[in-house]
Design a protein around this ligand. Structure first.
Ligand SMILES: [Zn+2]
Length: 252
């Protein structure tokens, strides 16, 4: 039987959510967000941002698709192996939701470019696979006062950390002691899917000024034990990124 419902009803099931409504949907549709990394986290993150109707989504990646990406990077088909990630992603996402203005940024995050690349967004989602890039993205977002949702996965575990610069602890306050790893750890694809979708859920709530429940907290998920722990974290006044004496910036 033919579905007579108009396409204008696309978002009706979320517009009817308490706290979103038409005004929240208008915020979502005007929002400009940046997804850094189109891998295991970036795939569900980009998909669900597009599903929600986030109006302007920039996709930052300069990698190509390898066969071993496909256990978790659900934006890509088998025929996309060896092809460009950003091009393949944008093709899929445009077909999924043609209302959205997608834009490719074909870069790798560096200390030198991160401040420019994270400027001008309502929110950034950090979906990278290494701690060095996470630290750089955190620094860029703090300098630009851009809200950041960071997430990470390895083995059967992951975390989500939303950061509102100068209001909540930054990555360095929360996890600055973590050392980078040379070799990527194994990962179950569905674990990246769960953490990515939690990241988008937090991002949409923050955009719509809904209570996050995760501000000043780190959500640590263990999918072997199937536990979700919200750990209180605190801003460090001496933080070298967001603290009083951080590179000429004042603590605001
Ligand atoms: Zn900090």
């Amino acid at each position: 039987m033919k579905n007579l419902e108009p396409m204008s009803n696309r978002y009706i099931r979320q517009i009817n959510l308490p706290g979103i409504g038409k005004s929240g949907q208008a915020i979502i549709e005007k929002a400009k967000v940046l997804v850094i990394g189109l891998g295991g986290l970036g795939s569900p993150v980009a998909y669900y941002l597009a599903a929600a109707g986030v109006g302007n989504i920039d996709l930052l990646d300069n990698d190509t698709i390898a066969p071993n990406n496909l256990n978790r990077q659900i934006l890509y088909d088998t025929v996309h192996v060896d092809k460009d990630k950003a091009n393949s992603a944008i093709e899929r996402l445009r077909a999924f939701n043609p209302d959205i203005n997608f834009n490719i940024i074909r870069e790798m995050i560096t200390k030198e470019n991160v401040v420019d690349l994270t400027k001008g967004y309502d929110l950034v989602l950090s979906c990278v696979d290494n701690i060095g890039a996470r630290k750089d993205i955190n620094k860029g977002c703090v300098i630009n006062k851009t809200t950041l949702v960071d997430g990470a996965v390895q083995l059967f575990s992951g975390y989500v950390l939303p950061i509102i610069p100068y209001k909540t602890p930054c990555y360095n306050c929360a996890l600055g002691d973590l050392a980078d790893q040379d070799v990527p750890k194994p990962i179950l694809g569905s674990v990246a899917g769960i953490i990515g979708t939690i990241m988008v859920t937090e991002a949409i709530k923050i955009l719509c000024n809904l209570e996050s429940g995760l501000l000043n907290k780190l959500l640590i998920c263990d999918f072997e034990e199937m536990t979700f722990n919200k750990v209180q974290i605190n801003k460090m006044s001496e933080c070298k990124v967001c603290g009083v004496d951080s590179s000429g910036l004042s603590n605001q």
